[in-house]
Design a protein around this ligand. Structure first.
Ligand code: TXA
Ligand code: MG
Length: 337
C-alpha cells in the first residue's frame, strides 16, 4: 500500500466527524476512539474496505474482526438473536462487551469480517465519537484495535502516531485517552453454553448474574483457541516483560501496583532511585479500574530500547485484575514462543 498523508483531527469538530464518515462511505480507513481502545475502522459491508484493515495491520486473514453497530435493535439484521443475548445486551450495551453469535443467512456483512467462520462478533460502543461516526456513516463499522498486528492496543492518539499503522489510514479522529483502556470482554453466545473468550471490563460475575448460569472460559486454552486472536503472541511490547516481580534487575523498568516502597534493585538500590521515565504505577491506591485504564498507556511509555525489560508487580486476580493479568501474561509469554 502506498504511503499516505494522514489527517489527525480533533473529534470535537463536527466537520471532522462528517469528513470521517464520508471517508468510511468511500471505503477508506479511519481511526476512531471507543471507550475501550482506539479502533481502525472501515465499512463492514464493503469487502475492499475490510481487506484494507488486514493489509494496514499486517493481520492474518484468519483473525476475524468485531463489527460495531449504532443501535442494539439492529442486531437481528446480522445474527440469530435469542432471549439470553437480549438479556445481556439490554444490560451491557452500549458498552465494553462484544457478543459472538451465529450469523443469519444473507448477512450483509463482508465475509472477511468473520474470516470464514459461521459466527459474527458485534458490539455497540458507548463512546459518543464512535456512536456519531457510525450514525453519520450509515453503515456498521468493522474495527480491530488500531495497532500493528501483535503490538499493544492504542489507548491515546500518541500511540497511533508512533505506530506504522498511521501511514495506512486516511484520518485519525483524536479524542484523548480511552477511559476503560482495555479491549472489550468477548462473550461467545453461539454455542450450547455462554463462554468468555477474552476477559475485559465486564466481568464474569456480572455476566453470570444476568445469564443466571456459570460461564465457561476459553481464554487460557492456547492450544485450541476458539478466538483466533487468542494467539499467545499478542499485546506485546518490544522488550521482555516479567510478571509478579518482587524486585528489579539492573536495567529493568518498573510497572508498579500499589506501593513500590519495598521494591529493591538486585545488587543494590531501590525503585525510588529510578528516573520517572522508568518507574510507572498502575494505581498507587491499588484500584483495579484505574490500573486497567493505565495499563497499555504505561506499557507504551516503558517500552523503550533503553530498558532491558519491564518488571510488573503482582496484580490480584479478581474482577478487572483477571483481564489485566490476561494481557500481561500474553505479553510476558510473547518473548518465549
Ligand atoms: O474493545 C475492543 O473490542 C476493540 C474496540 C476497537 O472495539 N476491538 C478489538 O478488536 O479489540 P481486535 O480485532 O483487536 O480483537 C477482536 C478479537 C480477536 O481476538 C478476534 O479473534 C476475536 O475478537 N473474534 C472476532 N470475531 C470472532 C468470531 N466470530 N469468533 C471468535 N473470535 C472472534
Ligand atoms: Mg487487537
Amino acid at each position: 500500500m502506498s504511503k499516505k498523508t494522514t489527517l489527525v483531527k480533533s473529534a470535537d469538530s463536527k466537520d471532522a466527524l462528517q469528513a470521517a464518515s464520508r471517508l468510511i462511505q468511500k471505503g477508506e480507513l479511519v481511526v476512531f476512539p471507543t471507550e475501550t481502545v482506539y479502533g481502525l475502522g472501515a465499512d463492514a459491508t464493503n469487502d475492499r474496505a475490510v481487506a484494507k484493515i488486514f493489509e494496514a495491520k499486517g493481520r492474518p486473514k484468519i483473525n476475524p474482526l468485531i463489527v460495531h453497530l449504532y443501535d442494539k435493535n439492529e442486531l437481528g439484521k446480522y445474527i440469530d438473536v435469542n432471549q439470553d443475548i437480549m438479556r445481556v445486551i439490554d444490560r451491557f450495551w452500549p458498552g465494553p462487551l462484544t457478543i459472538i453469535a451465529q450469523m443469519i443467512d444473507n448477512c450483509p456483512i463482508s465475509k472477511l469480517c468473520s474470516a470464514g467462520l459461521p459466527t459474527l462478533a458485534l458490539r455497540v460502543p458507548a463512546h459518543p465519537v464512535a456512536k456519531e461516526l457510525i450514525r453519520l456513516s450509515k453503515t456498521p463499522i468493522a474495527a480491530p484495535s488500531a495497532n500493528s498486528s501483535g503490538r499493544l492496543s492504542p489507548t491515546a492518539p500518541l500511540h497511533i502516531i508512533n505506530d506504522d499503522v498511521l501511514d495506512k489510514v486516511s484520518m485519525v479522529l483524536a479524542a484523548g485517552a480511552c477511559n476503560v483502556g482495555l479491549e472489550s470482554t468477548i462473550l461467545d453466545m453461539s454455542g450450547d453454553h455462554p463462554t468468555i473468550l477474552r476477559p475485559g471490563a465486564i466481568s464474569e460475575e456480572e455476566l453470570a448474574q444476568i445469564l443466571q448460569t456459570n460461564l465457561e472460559k476459553n481464554f487460557l486454552d492456547s492450544k485450541n483457541p476458539k478466538s483466533p486472536g487468542q494467539l499467545l503472541k499478542h499485546y506485546a511490547p518490544a522488550i521482555p516483560l516479567r510478571m509478579n516481580a518482587v524486585d528489579l534487575e539492573p536495567g529493568e523498568a518498573l510497572l508498579a501496583f500499589g506501593s513500590d516502597k519495598f521494591m529493591g534493585i538486585r545488587g543494590g538500590g531501590a525503585a525510588s532511585d529510578l528516573p520517572e521515565a522508568s518507574r510507572k504505577n498502575l494505581s498507587v491506591e491499588g484500584d483495579l479500574i484505574e490500573a486497567a485504564s493505565n495499563l497499555f498507556k504505561m506499557l507504551h511509555d516503558l517500552d523503550k530500547p533503553s530498558h532491558k525489560g519491564i518488571a510488573v508487580m503482582n496484580i490480584p486476580d479478581i474482577g478487572l485484575g483477571v483481564a489485566i493479568n490476561d494481557r500481561l501474561s500474553r505479553a510476558a509469554r510473547a518473548k518465549s514462543v
